[in-house]
Design a protein around this ligand. Structure first.
Ligand SMILES: *[C@@H]1O[C@H](CO)[C@@H](O)[C@H](O)[C@H]1NC(C)=O
Length: 170
C-alpha cells in the first residue's frame, strides 16, 4: 500500500469506510463469528434447474451429494445434515473442497423436470457421485452400473458420515 493510499485510507476510516487490505478478511471473520452463535447454519448449496449443471460442472470438489427434498415437508429432512455440510462446505470447513453438499427443492415448479430425471420418489432422496456425472444426468431405479449412487440409510448426520467414509476410503 503506498503512502498516499495509506493516508487516503486513514481519512476514509475516520468516515468508517475502511479500505485496508485486511478489511476483506475481517468481513469473513465476522461471518464466521455469527456462525458460531447460529450453530445450525446450513452450508449446503441450494441448487435449482437453472444453475444445477453449471455449479456441478464448475465445482473443484471430488464428490457431490445432491439431496432432493420438498420444503413443505420439514420432517422429511430433519436429519441434521447441516452438521455434515459444515464439515465440508463453508468458511469453517474441516475438510474443505472434497465434497460439495447440495440440495434441490422438488416442490419448486422450476425443478419438477430435474427431480423427475432423477426419479425422485420420496423425500429426502440423496445421491452420491462425481460432480460431472450429475451434469445433464439422470437416474433410474433399475439402472445398473450407474455413476450416480443413491445414499440409503442416511437418516442421521452420523450415518451419512459413515457412508461418506466408506466411499472415500475405497
Ligand atoms: C435459482 O438459483 C439461483 C441461484 O441461487 C437464483 O438466483 C435464482 O433466482 C433461482 N431461480 C429460481 C427460479 O428460483
Amino acid at each position: 500500500m503506498s503512502v498516499m493510499n495509506l493516508i487516503m485510507c486513514l481519512f476514509l476510516c475516520t468516515l468508517s469506510v475502511c479500505c485496508f487490505a485486511s478489511s476483506h478478511r475481517s468481513i469473513l471473520r465476522e461471518v464466521s463469528d455469527n456462525d458460531r452463535s447460529g450453530i445450525d447454519r446450513d452450508y449446503a448449496v441450494e441448487l435449482n434447474a437453472t444453475n444445477f449443471d453449471a455449479v456441478l460442472k464448475d465445482t473443484p470438489a471430488t464428490f457431490a451429494i445432491v439431496e432432493f427434498f420438498a420444503h413443505w415437508c420439514p420432517a422429511c429432512r430433519n436429519y441434521k445434515y447441516e452438521k455434515v455440510a459444515r464439515l465440508f462446505n463453508g468458511p469453517d470447513a474441516v475438510h474443505p473442497g472434497i465434497i460439495l453438499l447440495t440440495r434441490v427443492d422438488c416442490a419448486e415448479k422450476i425443478n419438477t423436470k430435474l427431480c423427475d430425471k432423477f426419479s425422485v420418489g420420496h423425500y429426502p432422496m440423496l445421491f452420491w457421485g462425481a460432480p460431472p456425472k450429475f451434469v445433464g444426468g439422470s437416474w433410474e431405479p433399475k439402472q445398473k452400473n450407474s455413476d450416480i449412487e443413491v445414499i440409503d440409510n442416511a437418516r442421521t448426520a452420523d450415518q451419512m458420515l459413515t457412508w461418506i467414509n466408506k466411499q472415500t476410503s475405497s
